[in-house]
Structure formats: C-alpha cells, structure tokens
Write a protein that binds this ligand. Structure first.
Ligand SMILES: NC(=O)c1ccc[n+]([C@@H]2O[C@H](COP(=O)([O-])OP(=O)(O)OC[C@H]3O[C@@H](n4cnc5c(N)ncnc54)[C@H](O)[C@@H]3O)[C@@H](O)[C@H]2O)c1
Ligand SMILES: CC(C)(O)[C@@H](O)C(=O)O
Ligand SMILES: [Mg+2]
Ligand SMILES: [Mg+2]
Length: 356
C-alpha cells in the first residue's frame, strides 16, 4: 500500500507497483468470474478481465440484445456465454453488474447460487446500502466486495486499450473467507484499475450519487445551460455562446486542470481572467453550496435511491431516459455543439464508439 498525502490527510492507496497483475492473477487463479449484466460496466470489465488472462464467463438472457452483443464481443455460447442461472452456478465470483434497479429484479434469481465461500462483487454500493429498498441481503457465508471504477465503463475499456487505467475505489462488506480484501483488490486490478483507494459501501454510494448528480453530470449540464441562455439572450451567436461555455472548457482549460491543477490553468490564462474568476468563484460557490447540501441530504435519506428504483424499474425506463436525452441532444446548445465538434481542425472526435 502506498501512503499518499491528500492535502494533509495520509491515505493508503493500492498501486500497480505493489499489486501487479501477476499477483491479481495468482489470487484469483482458482476463480471463475461470472459477469451478470452486460450494459456499460459489464462489457468493459469482462473484456479487460479476459484480456488480462482471468477465467471469465458472461451470463445473459439468450435472445436478448445483450446476448447478441456478447457474441459480437467473442463470448461463445456454451463455453464462455451462458444463461444467467448457469453462469451464476458456474461462477465462483459473481460480478453483479445489472443496473441498480435491475439488480433488485434479478436478486431472487441470483441468490440461490451464492453458495458458501463464493464472492459477490458489485461496482456500486447501492444494492447493499439501501437494502430496505432493494432487498439485497447476501447469505452470511460468502464474501461481498466492490470495486467501483470512478468513470464510465466506456472509459474503463478505452483506457485499458490505451495501456492506461482508471482509478477505482474498493470495499469489503462481508469477509467470510478471510481473503475478501485481497480478492476485492485483485478484481479491481483485473478489471483495469490503475490504482484503488479504500472506501466502504455506504461512502461509495453516497459520494457516487452526489457526484453524478453534482459536478460530474447534473450541475455541469445545468451551469452550461444557464450561461448559454444568458449569452444568447444578450445577442451572442450560438457558436460564440457554445464556444465560450463548453468547447473552450473541454478542449483547452479542463485538460490544463487535469494536467496540473486549477491554479495552473488560471496562471495560463490572462490576468484579466484570473482576477475575474477568483472574484466570481466565491459567488458561484455561495449560490451552489446550499444546493449541494440539499443534494447530499437527498442521497443520505435514501430519497435519491427511491427515485432511481421507482423510475428505473418501470418497463419503459429506457425509453423515458432516451426521450430526455434526445431533448438534450436536440437543444440549440447541443446542436451548436455538434456543429462546433465538426469544425475541430484535427477532427479528433473519436467516433461515438460507446461500449453499449
Ligand atoms: N455505467 C457506468 O459506467 C458505471 C460506472 C461505475 C459503476 N457503475 C455501476 O455498475 C453497475 C452496472 O451499471 P451499468 O451502467 O453497466 O448498468 P446498465 O444500466 O447499463 O444495465 C446493465 C444491464 O442490466 C440490464 N437490466 C436492467 N434492468 C434489468 C432487469 N430488470 N432485468 C434484467 N436485466 C436488466 C440492462 O439491460 C443492461 O444490459 C451499476 O451498479 C452501476 O451503478 C456503472
Ligand atoms: C460514470 C459514473 C457517473 O461515475 C457512474 O457512477 C455511473 O453511475 O455511471
Ligand atoms: Mg460514479
Ligand atoms: Mg454512479
């Protein structure tokens, strides 16, 4: 474990230096890893595990679109691709990678195959933490672990193929065998994590639900829309408004932040911009802090879990989500964005080759 100073707090982090792939392969050498769920994380983790030399099988509903997707990815029916029940029976590690709402529906199917000494693996603490709502209560004689990539499954696979890795958290909820932590880390390394930090199931889900509703997805999209609308209401063209709101951020400034921090990005902008940004940063923080506090409370009380389960358990949940994403895509802001992306000199837009 590497001891890292995170702004004054020393935390232990697992890196590939002291936990190389060979060690992960040795720890899991007698395991058959069954991937149940083939949406976004499922394919990424299954393919990375397979490419890393682990013994992996996939469980899907025969005839489903995801069964066909698994076949396209080289999983062989009857050899590495099975019906869900057979995969859960054959697997000694069950990677439960259905959607969080889908896990509830499938739990009665999976539970009987979680026999003594097996490992139940998640990539989110949702199902276990909100057990009153999900009903997911594992048998006491199995290991229950998580490795949660802090990023999209599409990035998990892309970074692996680029020889890089994504950062992930890991946690042990139940250690029946005395080896749960080693298996959790080995699985995290096997699915393509570059390094792993420790958490617990509750902290993982509280932080994750907050982050994706906040700066990572919800807040950022809302701020983009607010600024774009003000610029457009004051006569700025769609291209000028989009470039000033999104394109410059993703193509110039955020990469600088990723490279060397916010202050370095600021220092690489004009003093005019630095002065103004430092002044207005305070105002935006003051305006949004109450919203983030409200968000965290909604997560911690289980209200966000309730909404997720209620909406994403409906038969037409995907269609409803697709409708709202279509509305977003067809908004003037994101239509302007599509035009701007085509204008990028290097046309570096990676084809939208999402995993799912
Ligand atoms: N999407 C990501 O990049 C990401 C990142 C980190 C963690 N996670 C976590 O990983 C897990 C899987 O996430 P995902 O985004 O890959 O899931 P997803 O929403 O893509 O769903 C995975 C599969 O579950 C199936 N499914 C959904 N409801 C079902 C039901 N009722 N019955 C049978 N199958 C059903 C879907 O068809 C899909 O094939 C979740 O716990 C999620 O929170 C996801
Ligand atoms: C990719 C995210 C947002 O980090 C993940 O948490 C998810 O739920 O998809
Ligand atoms: Mg997340
Ligand atoms: Mg999430």
């Amino acid at each position: 474990m590497a001891k890292i100073n995170f702004g004054g707090t020393i935390e232990e982090v697992v890196t590939r230096e002291e936990f190389p792939m060979e060690k992960a392969l040795d720890i899991l050498k007698n395991e058959t890893i069954a991937i149940i769920g083939y949406g976004v994380q499922g394919p990424a983790q299954a393919l990375n595990l397979r490419d890393n030399g682990f013994n992996v099988i996939v469980g899907q509903r025969k005839g489903s679109k995801t069964w066909d997707k698994a076949v396209e990815h080289g999983w062989v029916p009857g050899k590495t691709l099975f019906e869900i029940e057979e995969a859960a029976q054959r697997g000694t590690v069950i990677e439960f990678l259905l959607s969080d709402a889908g896990q509830i529906a499938l739990w009665p199917t999976i539970k009987p195959f979680l026999t003594k000494g097996k490992t139940l693996y998640f990539s989110h603490g949702f199902g276990i933490t909100f057990k009153e709502q999900t009903g997911i209560i594992p048998p006491a004689d199995i290991d229950v672990v998580l490795a949660a990539p802090k990023g999209s499954g599409t990035s998990v696979r892309r970074l692996f193929l680029q020889g890089k890795g994504i950062n992930s958290s890991y946690a042990v909820f139940q250690d029946a065998t005395g080896n749960a932590k080693q298996k959790a880390i080995a699985l995290g390394i096997g699915v393509g994590s570059g390094y792993l930090f420790e958490t617990d199931f509750k902290k993982e889900v509280y932080s994750d639900l907050s982050g994706e509703r906040g700066t990572l997805m919800g807040a950022i999209a809302g701020i983009f829309e607010a600024q774009y609308e003000v610029l457009r209401a004051n006569g700025h063209s769609p291209s000028e408004a989009f470039n000033e709101t999104v394109e410059e951020l993703t193509q110039s400034l955020m990469p600088l932040v990723a490279e060397n921090g916010m202050d370095w990005m600021y220092a690489n902008c004009s003093t005019t911009a630095q002065r103004g940004a430092l002044d207005w940063k305070k105002k935006f923080k003051a305006a949004t802090l109450p919203v983030f506090q409200e968000l965290y409370k909604s997560v911690a009380t289980g209200a966000e879990a309730k909404r997720t389960i209620e909406t994403c358990s409906k038969p037409d949940y995907r269609e409803k989500l697709a409708e709202e994403l279509k509305e977003l895509r067809e908004s003037e802001l994101w239509q302007a964005g599509a035009a701007v992306r085509q204008l990028r000199p290097e046309k570096n837009t990676v084809e939208a080759s999402m995993i799912n």
